[in-house]
Design a protein around this ligand. Structure first.
Ligand code: CA
Length: 222
């Protein structure tokens, strides 16, 4: 899952991003309001963690803007204790939840899970399953009939995208966009390498699941 962190306190922003990455999220971090808005408007994120007090454009304005553009990415507002009015304002403007600073890691992760769950794509955030093949977030492994094999972070992220929408072709551009980001210079054959690793691992645990290639387009889980 891909998250956007918009927070101008650089240390906090980087710490947030670290924690989230360690918990298997892909994270883009920006430190001011205009960059936050630009990124949020791409609509590619599964969730946005948005500070309210930001240079150049505040979080509430960003939120208003993206909702006006019909972007429904879930938003978790970060607020200081003194910003009660902003909090109410934020929820009125279409934020999904808020978290008061300072917060503990456990609460942040729980809120992020709840926020991304609301989108309805994933029912149990720790476990995804298709045809008996399970993808486990806690262990970063795929499991079938008691056999398991660990995945690398990128393999995990690709598998997560595939398993969330089985039988649907996942275009290569979308994989790059989600996992490496717009400006990356990852090439299609890099993805092919990860797909071939994943196929081998699926074979290792003898799962009755296949990653099919849609030539020139992308991949689907069958
Ligand atoms: Ca701030």
């Amino acid at each position: 899952m891909k998250l956007l962190v918009v927070e101008d306190e650089i240390q906090l922003a980087d710490a947030l991003s670290e924690i989230l990455k360690r918990n298997m999220y892909t994270v883009d971090t920006v430190y001011d309001g205009i960059d936050g808005l630009d990124n949020a408007l791409t609509g590619i994120y599964d969730g946005i963690i948005l500070d309210i007090m930001l240079p150049r454009m505040n979080g509430i304005e960003i939120l208003r803007n993206i909702r006006r553009e019909k972007i429904h990415t879930p938003v978790l507002l970060l607020t200081a204790r003194s910003e009660v009015e902003d909090k109410i304002n934020g929820l009125d403007c279409g934020a999904d939840d808020y978290l008061t600073k300072p917060f503990v890691t456990g609460e942040l992760l729980a809120r992020v899970r709840a926020m991304t769950r609301r989108k309805g794509e994933i029912i149990d955030n720790n476990k995804l399953e298709f045809n008996g093949l399970e993808l486990n977030k806690n262990t970063c492994a795929i499991i079938y009939a008691g056999n398991d094999v660990k995945l690398s972070l990128k393999e995990y992220q690709i598998m997560e995208m595939l398993i969330a929408n089985p039988h649907h072709i996942l275009p290569k551009e979308r994989i790059i966009e989600k996992i490496w980001g717009y400006e990356s210079d990852v090439e299609y054959n890099n993805i092919e390498v990860y797909i071939s690793f994943l196929r081998k691992k699926i074979t290792v645990i003898s799962a009755p699941v296949q990653i099919k290639t849609a030539r020139g387009i992308g991949y689907s889980l069958e």
